[in-house]
Design a protein around this ligand. Structure first.
Ligand code: RNT
Ligand code: ZN
Length: 418
């Protein structure tokens, strides 16, 4: 039987519970996921030598990591060829591309250092998102950046973030779509601090200074990402959840929730509805924490599906800016990226194929037995047939067939990077 024939049967089955598979696929086709550039080279970038610091870590040394902008761009193209739809590319400031022999420190970055990325995005009809990079740099002193008591340190990072706003605005102008710019700082203490207030007060003031430069708020959506701890910063994190939500609410910027940044039994899926009641727009980093903020590859698992459901059933595909954030160096990086992208897309499709109105109605009527019954039965509906047809009709490989291309790419390209 062909993929289409399987699909036609699935379509009927979904129609019997009021789900329009055509509409679901159409919506999915126009839903951009912000794909992080940093899975391709273990968050290294092109502006420094030396390790990844800032309380985050990549583990593994699988061969074939991208070493140059050209290699990273080629890898991104490979991944995109295996994922349906048009997406956004999420860059970090340490991915600036300099002319031969040129070097510009992060506080002096200009739009021109990202012109090649704009060209890349334009050619592919993609938008760009952006992130200042406040880690892996010698101006991170004692694990502190925007909350540092040293004004030289703080001012350096303030200038960096202001430069990033200008670069983000350039992206938005050039590409005709808003740029989501997310600020994450690693700042914190390994052990119990003597003063929790002062670093947070300085962080607040730094952010106010950053946001004080003129920029078009319809073009640059500044976000602030919270965290609960980092490696080597286990006891205190300056940019905690409370700090971030309150700051974002009071300054009219977006809070960003990374689902690796909470206590292990806390789930972001449960937070989305509350946030949507108080913010016009929010942002997410979709990742997979295994016991800690481990940034494993996103799977088609319960929590990722639940996150997607919250976005879809609250009609919030436009209000939630979602991007991926993981970095696994222990397996083929192209495969890791592709699995993560395809899986988040699958989760969105799963959510779009859920009879959300019907389930909500049952809940309103107190028919909770039926809510459970139907939610469980839905799990074995022929979701795979719709997913396969979505891939086929979008011109990307169906099921595991994309992996042959990864193997070929590994032999022909990745294994030559030595
Ligand atoms: C770190 C944050 C942050 C980074 C990226 C590379 O804990 O999740 O988003 O992963 O900026
Ligand atoms: Zn994150």
């Amino acid at each position: 039987m062909t993929n289409q024939a399987y699909y036609e049967a699935a379509k009927e089955m979904y129609a019997s519970i009021g789900v329009d598979t055509e509409a679901a696929m159409e919506t999915l086709r126009h839903t951009a996921i912000s794909m992080h550039c940093w899975q391709g080279d273990d968050v290294t970038g092109f502006d420094h030598e030396g390790p990844l610091t800032g309380g985050i870590q990549t583990t593994g040394n699988y061969p074939g990591k991208a070493r140059t902008p050209e290699e990273l761009m080629a890898d991104i193209d490979k991944v995109l060829s295996m994922v349906a739809g048009t997406h956004k590319l999420n860059l970090h400031a340490n991915y600036a591309i300099f002319e031969k022999g040129e070097f510009v420190d992060r506080d002096r970055l200009e739009p021109k250092h990202f012109a090649k990325w704009v060209e890349f995005a334009k050619e592919r009809g993609m938008g760009l998102d952006f992130n200042p990079t406040l880690f892996s740099h010698d101006m991170v002193k004692d694990n502190l950046t925007l909350s540092s008591p040293d004004n030289n340190v703080r001012d350096f990072w303030i200038r960096h973030c202001q430069a990033c706003i200008r670069i983000s605005e350039y992206f938005a102008t050039e590409l005709g779509q808003p740029c989501v710019m997310n600020i994450w700082i690693p700042d914190g203490y390994k052990d119990i601090p003597a003063d929790r207030m002062a670093p947070r007060a300085r962080f607040k003031d730094s952010l106010d200074q950053i946001l004080s430069i003129p920029y078009d708020r319809s073009k640059v959506l500044v976000c602030l990402e919270s965290k609960v701890f980092g490696i080597g910063m286990e006891s205190y994190t300056v940019g905690s959840s409370e700090f971030t939500i309150n700051y974002a609410a009071s300054r009219g910027i977006l809070p960003l929730m990374d689902n690796g940044h909470y206590h292990p039994t806390e789930v972001v899926s449960d937070k989305i509805s509350s946030m949507l009641l108080f913010f016009d727009q929010i942002a997410l980093h979709v990742t997979r924490p295994v016991r800690w903020d481990s940034d494993h590859v996103v799977l088609f698992d319960d929590e990722t599906r639940e996150i997607a459901k919250e976005i879809v059933r609250n009609d919030a595909l436009d209000r939630v800016k979602f991007g991926l954030d993981f970095f696994d160096a222990s397996i083929n990086r192209i495969s890791a990226w592709t699995v993560g992208m395809r899986n988040f897309q699958k989760c969105l499709l799963y959510a779009l194929l859920t009879p959300n109105k019907k389930l909500a109605q049952l809940q309103e009527e107190g028919r909770l037995t039926e809510v459970m019954m139907l939610q469980e039965e839905l799990k074995t509906y022929p979701f795979g047939a719709v997913w396969d047809y979505f891939c086929e009709s979008s011109g990307v490989p169906v099921r595991e067939n994309w992996y042959d291309e990864v193997k070929k790419y590994e032999t022909e390209v990745l294994n030559k990077r030595v």
